[in-house]
Design a protein around this ligand. Structure first.
Ligand code: UD1
Length: 433
């Protein structure tokens, strides 16, 4: 069950990891966090109940569920199945306490506006990886006929004509933002007429959301390309939908195999979603083979070699894999350059990796990594979600004990990470005060 009053968990506990143990075995990859967040928001579009499967048990997913409860929607959770009944949406205003903790919760503005003709959602504010504005979301909704005012940190959006319906529009995104593409695609499903989103994000999670909406009767084509066309329909109907596997979790375990020189198999995965990650692993000297259409095996080479990485929108190298790869490159022979182009402040793990003996210098949005022969365990602090994964990976390879603080970041995005690593033979334990 989901507790509507559940408060955010800031975990004061510590993760201790003793590095150097080889890993072995199989990892079951959970459902994609970013798909789950968008799809739970998307369920607001449906005036009947929906069943969503393969929902990962994560703090971020619980927060999104709490947001829907706060809007008066009924939810039932059974294992990894979430039943969402948004036939009645009791409130059009999202509470600040929830939106401020989870940027993705801003995405409810699209479906709320489409269903009710009115939505009030607080600005999500900055976060540790960057300012992350919502101007593209807002401009797109305005193009679809919404009046939008931003006052006292709250975005008030409404459709002022009597129909309370958004109107189809031609929208060009200045940047292929994942969240803006998702917000506007959801909003357009129930709009009057046709909407075209040019320079749309092409991430697999955008396609997953589009498929979910299509299963509910939405008319969407082009998801997965840079032009998405949505023909509005009057209403959407019930569906039963399974979320895709999490490509970032899968990528993180591929790096876990590489950094510990271990052979691991992972499933279920969609290998196509990991093309950029697999290509970089191969550059570094790590083989990844497809064992079946939905499973991969990482086969590390004896030595790791430096490479350069630039983060880009999909199908480029994902920013969410930048920190895990930085951990790997600290132990790769030679000099590597990582250029972060998606978020302006996503290199804060550098200082923590350096505390473990890495040799990394930051110049602007570039990190210059000089490979070292070994890392040594140290007390470190996780600064954001993917940074926390990078520290776990570094710790698995380091000499001695690493103690990681800031586990609330880790729990936002990795389902049962410790259990999964323990089952592979890692030596770790969580210490709760
Ligand atoms: C999503 C993912 C996140 C991933 C990111 C990039 C979810 C829940 N999160 O975040 O894990 O790292 O995509 O792949 O799906 N921007 C603007 N104006 C806007 C919107 C975005 O300037 O209106 C900027 C952002 O500040 C950032 C860049 O565009 O610099 C990319 O952001 P975006 O693609 O929107 O990321 P999110 O959807 O927030």
């Amino acid at each position: 069950m989901i507790d509507p009053n559940g408060s955010p968990e800031v975990d004061p506990s510590l993760l201790q990891i003793w590095g150097g143990s080889p890993l072995e075995g199989h990892v079951k990859i959970s459902g994609a966090k970013n798909s789950a967040l968008a799809i739970i928001a998307g369920a607001l579009l449906c005036s009947q109940d929906c069943c969503v499967r393969n929902v990962p048990s994560l703090v971020d997913v619980r927060r999104m569920s709490q947001l829907l409860l706060a809007l008066g929607v009924k939810l039932q959770q059974r294992g990894d199945i979430l039943e969402i009944d948004a036939s009645v949406i009791g409130h059009s205003q999202a509470p600040y306490e929830l939106v401020s903790q989870l940027r993705a919760s801003f995405f409810v503005i699209g479906p709320l506006l489409a269903r009710l003709g009115i939505a009030q959602v607080p600005l999500p504010g900055g976060c540790t990886i960057g300012a992350r504005p919502v101007d593209l979301h807002v401009r797109g909704l305005q193009a679809m006929g919404a009046d939008v005012q931003i006052e006292h940190g709250m975005v008030h959006a409404y459709v002022s004509d009597g129909s309370r319906k958004l109107k189809g529009a031609k929208i060009y995104l200045d940047y292929p933002s994942v969240g803006a593409t998702e917000t506007l695609m959801m909003a357009a499903t129930l709009a009057e007429g046709e909407t075209t989103i040019e320079n749309a994000a092409q991430e697999p999670e955008v396609v997953d959301l589009a498929n979910f909406c299509r299963e509910m009767g939405a008319k969407i084509r082009g998801a997965g390309t840079n032009t998405i066309v949505i023909a509005g329909v009057p209403s959407l109907h019930s569906t039963d939908y399974k979320i895709i596997p999490d490509r970032v979790e899968a990528g993180t375990f591929l790096v876990a195999g590489a950094i510990t020189h271990s052979e691991l198999s992972l499933s279920p995965v969609v290998p196509e979603h990991l093309m950029a990650v697999i290509a970089k692993l191969q550059d570094i000297g790590v083989q990844v083979i497809a064992e079946s259409p939905d499973s991969l095996r990482v086969m590390p080479g004896y030595s790791l070699t430096a490479t350069d990485i630039e983060t880009l929108p999909y199908p480029g190298f994902p920013t969410d894999m930048q920190a895990p790869f930085m951990a790997l490159l600290t132990l790769s022979k030679g000099d590597s350059v990582i250029t972060e182009t998606v978020f302006e402040n996503r290199l804060r793990h550098v200082a923590e990796l350096n505390r473990m003996g890495a040799d990394i210098r930051v110049k602007g949005n570039h990190a210059l990594i000089r490979g070292v022969p070994m890392l040594s365990g140290a007390p470190v602090v996780a600064t954001d979600l993917r940074a926390s994964a990078a520290l776990v990976l570094a710790a698995l390879a380091a000499d001695g004990k690493t103690t990681i603080q800031g586990l609330h970041h880790l729990d936002r995005g990795y389902e049962q990470l410790e259990m999964k690593l323990l089952s592979l033979g890692a030596k770790l334990q969580r210490l709760s005060p």
